[in-house]
Design a protein around this ligand. Structure first.
Ligand SMILES: Nc1ncnc2c1ncn2[C@@H]1O[C@H](COP(=O)(O)OP(=O)(O)OP(=O)(O)O)[C@@H](O)[C@H]1O
Length: 589
């Protein structure tokens, strides 16, 4: 990412301590301002009818008292017309604002998702997936709702208050001022409840995230739980989290429950006072009965906006926690980034060179200590060594999941840090220990990441990967659904799909990460055969614990504590009688 872009991002994801977190949403509201403005015009039209309604009630009360039927009919005609206009405005504000709010939520969701795709793998190791899913779904939905509420309920309610109050002032300022004495008290209470609600809501949302993380952990590890018979323990753990969740939610609900009667009581108190004062003003001739009815209607018209302001203010405060949680993600920046002038890596022959590569995850714990080697194009290199020696790390650096802390890695003589990440990774394929299948058809899983593909090419790849036969026997062949809620495939079948994926990807460099270690003997031979075909004409790195699988490699590197301590062919290393020979004896005895 360029420095400029980073600065831009930083600018729009920070705010001064005094600003509300909603300030961060301005870039997302801006593109939809026209829609919001149109909705707002409708809102003004809708609210404009409120004082009109109070006025009409005043007129009706007078005409009724005098029994003027024709006047009542005329007023009714105008009232119907006004309601038609009011209905149209209401539809306009609801529909347009909903559209704008959903657009904002959609833009935000896509941006967060795209940002997550750029983040380092470490971020995903540290963050819990349930928490991330919660942020991308619930938190963003809540932001969308609250954006809608702000323009569609909060602002209109405030405007309605202003309009109706202005009309009431026009009718009788003494009465209005007296009514208004109650208002600051209500405002203070609303603010206090709002802040308390925000605090409780933050805690409650964090708790829901943690519950959802626990669920995703448990469901993905359900086999392990069954195997270790730890269901009872898991239920207790879940109960404890669920109890926390209940408590925190209840704390928020209780505050809300206290708030309404409190404010309602103050309102009722004010209305009673109003009647007494109104009666006195009429008795002293300062107010007519018609004016008092219109005024009382005005007061009734104030109740709705006050309630709406209170409830939407609370929701707005609660959702501020969601805005914080979303922008917290934006503030995380990737460390594996492309240089501003990064070039595309041209089609390579597959020559890979490590020059004095050093690496650590934690500063005081070196993992790779000056690794240097040259792998020729088409060579098969096996990486062996005890667990934790750094084999996977060595390969992670080749794909730039991490960058070396010292030294450099070259492919065909080009430093991999000088090229774009996509062009580098496109030339490398990995067949991992366990294959992940995404929701979709078998064909789309093989053509992984390609929006359009030719089924013939997919079939050809599957044939090379020894997968065509079993795929053809599935109910819908290549169009059979796999992944979540799809057909279940065995480990060997999944591995062969991974191999077909790599064949279709057609990389010059291939990494086999313990690709056959989880398989039984029968599926292993089918997978081995497929791997042999896949390896032809490519530079291959084989990470293996089982030495039987690396015997035919061109060279074997033995890694110990982040260094290559031996290298050579199988026969050479056995003859040498060093670490490899020791491993070998241990495994085959
Ligand atoms: N993301 C990480 N953060 C911190 N330490 C890590 C991380 N990944 C690996 N390590 C540590 O780095 C060391 C080397 O790990 P690596 O996975 O490269 O070894 P390996 O030789 O592939 O081991 P294995 O054969 O068990 O897979 C280990 O001590 C491991 O605990």
């Amino acid at each position: 990412m360029t420095k400029q872009l980073t600065e831009q991002l930083t600018k729009s994801t920070t705010r001064s301590p005094k600003q509300t977190s909603y300030w961060l949403l301005r870039d997302y509201l801006r593109p939809h301002w026209l829609l919001i403005a149109k909705a707002f015009l409708c809102t003004l039209g809708f609210i404009g009818t409120m004082p009109l309604l109070a006025h009409i009630l005043g007129l009706v009360s007078e005409a009724l008292a005098l029994g003027k039927v024709s006047e009542i009919v005329q007023i009714s005609g105008y009232t119907v017309l006004m309601f038609v206009g009011r209905g149209l405005c209401q539809y306009g504000q609801d529909a347009l604002m909903a559209k704008a709010a959903l657009n904002v939520a959609m833009d935000l969701r896509v941006d967060v998702y795209a940002h997550l795709q750029k983040l380092d793998l470490d971020y995903f190791a540290e963050s819990r997936t349930g928490d991330l899913s919660y942020r991308l779904t619930e938190d963003i939905d809540r932001i969308g709702e609250v954006v809608g509420k702000f323009f569609h309920q909060f602002v209109p309610s405030i405007l309605q208050l202003v309009f109706v109050l202005a009309y009431m002032f026009y009718l009788n300022w003494v009465l209005t001022l007296t009514t208004l004495l109650v208002a600051p008290l209500v405002a203070l209470l609303i603010a206090w409840f709002g802040n308390r609600m925000l605090e409780l809501s933050r805690r409650s949302q964090d708790q829901v995230s943690s519950l959802s993380s626990l669920l995703s952990e448990v469901f993905s590890g359900i086999r392990l739980i069954r195997a270790f018979a730890t269901e009872g323990y898991e239920i207790q753990r879940f109960k404890a989290e669920a109890e926390q969740n209940r408590r925190r939610k209840f704390a928020t609900d209780r505050i809300r429950a206290i708030q309404y009667p409190f404010i309602g009581f103050i309102e009722a108190f004010g209305i009673c006072g109003l009647f007494v004062l109104g009666a006195w003003l009429i008795s002293t001739g300062q107010l007519t009965g018609k004016q008092f009815v219109a005024f009382a209607a005005g007061v009734l018209l104030l109740i709705d906006p006050i309630v709406n302001t209170t409830s939407s203010y609370n929701e707005i405060k609660q959702a501020e926690a969601s805005v914080d949680r979303i922008f917290e993600i934006f503030r995380v920046q990737p460390t594996i980034i492309e240089k501003p002038n990064a070039q595309e890596l041209p089609e390579v022959t597959g020559k890979v060179e490590y020059q004095n590569v050093q690496f650590h995850y934690q500063p005081d714990q070196p993992i790779l200590r000056g690794i240097s080697f040259l792998a020729f194009s088409g060579e098969v290199i096996a990486l062996v060594g005890s667990s934790g020696a750094g084999k996977s790390t060595l390969m992670n650096l080749l794909m730039r999941f991490y960058d070396p802390c010292g030294g450099k890695i070259l492919i065909d003589g080009i430093n991999i840090q000088d090229v774009t990440l996509q062009s580098l990774r496109r030339q490398i394929a990995v067949v991992p220990q366990e294959t992940i299948l995404f929701s979709g058809t078998i064909a789309s899983n093989i053509a992984f990441g390609q929006e359009t593909f030719e089924i013939e090419a997919v079939e050809a790849a599957a044939k090379i990967a020894n997968a065509h036969e079993f795929i053809s026997q599935l109910p819908h062949g290549y169009l059979t659904w796999v992944g979540e809620r799809g057909v279940n495939l065995s480990g060997g079948q999944r591995q062969r799909i991974a191999i077909a994926r790599a064949v279709l990807h057609n990389p010059k460099i291939l990494i086999l990460d313990e690709a056959t270690s989880a398989l039984d003997a029968e599926s292993e031979s089918l997978v081995q055969e497929a791997l042999q075909r896949l390896m032809l004409g490519r530079t291959v790195f084989v990470i293996a614990h089982r030495l039987a699988t690396v015997r035919n490699s061109d060279r074997i590197f033995v890694l110990e504590q982040g260094q290559v301590v031996e290298s050579g062919t199988h026969d050479q290393l056995i003859q040498q009688g060093g670490r490899y020979a020791q491993f070998h004896t241990r495994q085959f005895q």
